[in-house]
Design a protein around this ligand. Structure first.
Ligand SMILES: *Cc1c(COP(=O)(O)O)cnc(C)c1O
Length: 407
């Protein structure tokens, strides 16, 4: 079959994005109802969204915030990160997981990933601990839970704050314990490609009352009216105090109203994503040129991303060729992620190739395939068809030793 990149017809007639929001009529109605209500911010929808997140995560304290990046910033502030402090971070993640450390003047230190789970490896974290280390930011890559038992042990041993960047993993649990009540602080994002969306939005969860107090404070200008926190006597009904330099990281009620409605649908989203991942895994299990993310408890995982690692050496083509060929087949492929420390900003700080060999090897071979609830069974079959079409083309081309096709 002729590849679309060489003029053939694409495996999918319609464009299949790698991620897409699923917004129902009920979700829309929830937003409309909010717009007609008395509160567009700081109202009952925000409180209801926090309550809904408490139910899903099992966390004692939830603060909804403006986005996942704000959630990470507030988490680092609450953890007390400042200049001179080191924070160990996963390299295969969105830049925000490390930027939050920089916002506080701290130094991100990148630990390598496990070559099979693609999550940050506890043994690499252990190697990177120094007397200056204060915290770990571990990302549940693609929604697959990090090895939290091992990370917890390292954090306890060295007195580190365990921050879990759960932007990918709302709905995932480990040993029956939901993400959001496992680490000391957990952060979420509700960007439209994530499993649950509010447009822009995020949340920070913790079970620790002292951390919760700081999270709340930093996310809301550092200002409080709580009588138990005021330094001076209450001067009247108008009185508040600013205790630290905080930020306006509030979510609006318009966004939170969408969030309340979306969280109700999380079980449906989780189930469909799990189904699609199981289908892909089954289809690719016997294809030697590709490998998928290892997850030893898939029944507990809500997946955000589906990435494949292509054995480009065996295929005899570049990753760029595979990416372009799949794009031509009408798949909205992507790459998650360039190791954060290879972004020019981090290279300017002295980072470079060679720092995390497994992360670089993963990055060099990875392509993200479409995974979202808008995919029908037929769409998912077309995704597999497109991948197999490209692989078979590579096999045949290799056999005849052809140099054509933009290798
Ligand atoms: C999306 C994402 C973020 C940032 O979330 P925003 O809501 O876009 O600010 C942080 N970390 C990871 C791993 C993400 O995927």
């Amino acid at each position: 079959m002729e590849l679309a990149i060489n003029g053939g017809s694409p495996a999918s007639a319609r464009y299949l994005g790698y991620g897409h929001q699923d917004v129902s009529d009920e979700d829309i109605q929830a937003v409309v109802d909010c717009l007609k209500s008395d509160y567009l911010t700081c109202g009952p929808a925000t409180a209801a969204f926090e309550e809904a997140l408490r139910d899903v995560t099992g966390a004692r304290f939830v603060t909804a915030v403006a986005n996942g990046t704000a959630a990470l910033h507030v988490a680092c502030l609450a953890a007390g990160i400042g200049p001179g402090d080191e924070v160990i971070v996963s390299p295969i993640t969105f830049a925000a997981s490390a930027n939050c450390v920089r916002y506080c003047g701290g130094t991100p230190v990148f630990a390598d990933i496990d070559p099979l789970t693609w999550n940050v490896s506890p043994s690499s974290i252990r190697e990177k601990v120094t007397p200056r280390t204060r915290a770990v930011v571990a990302v549940d890559f693609g929604g697959v839970h990090v090895d939290s038992e091992a990370i917890r042990a390292i954090c306890d041993e060295h007195g580190l704050v365990f921050i879990e960047d759960a932007a990918h993993s709302l709905g995932t649990s480990r040993g029956g314990v939901p993400v959001g009540s496992i680490a000391d602080i957990t952060t979420f994002s509700f960007h439209p490609v994530k499993t649950v969306t509010t447009g822009e939005g995020g949340a920070v969860t913790t079970n620790d009352p002292e951390l919760a107090r700081l999270i709340e404070l930093y996310a809301k200008h550092g200002i409080t009216r709580r009588p138990d926190l005021l330094r001076n006597a209450d001067e009247g009904g108008w009185y508040y105090e600013q205790l630290v330099l905080g930020y306006n990281y509030r979510i609006s009620d318009i966004e939170a109203a969408l969030g309340v409605s979306q969280v109700k649908r999380l079980p449906e989203f989780s189930a469909r994503r799990r189904e699609l991942v199981a289908f892909y895994n089954e289809q690719f299990a016997d294809v030697p040129e590709v490998s998928f993310q290892m997850d030893d408890t898939p029944e507990e995982t809500t997946r955000h991303l589906y990435c494949l690692k292509f054995d480009t050496e065996a295929l005899g083509v570049s990753r760029r060729f595979i990416f372009d060929a799949l794009k031509a087949e009408n798949l909205g492929v992507n790459v998650h992620y360039l190791p954060v420390y290879l972004l020019p900003y981090y290279q300017d700080l002295g980072h470079g190739r060679g720092e995390c060999p497994h992360a670089e090897d993963y990055y060099d071979h990875a392509v993200t395939l479409p995974l979202h609830c808008g995919l029908s069974d037929e769409d998912a079959q077309h995704v597999v068809d497109a991948v197999m079409k490209v692989i078979e083309w590579c096999r045949e081309n290799d056999a005849i030793g052809s140099e054509e096709g933009g290798r």
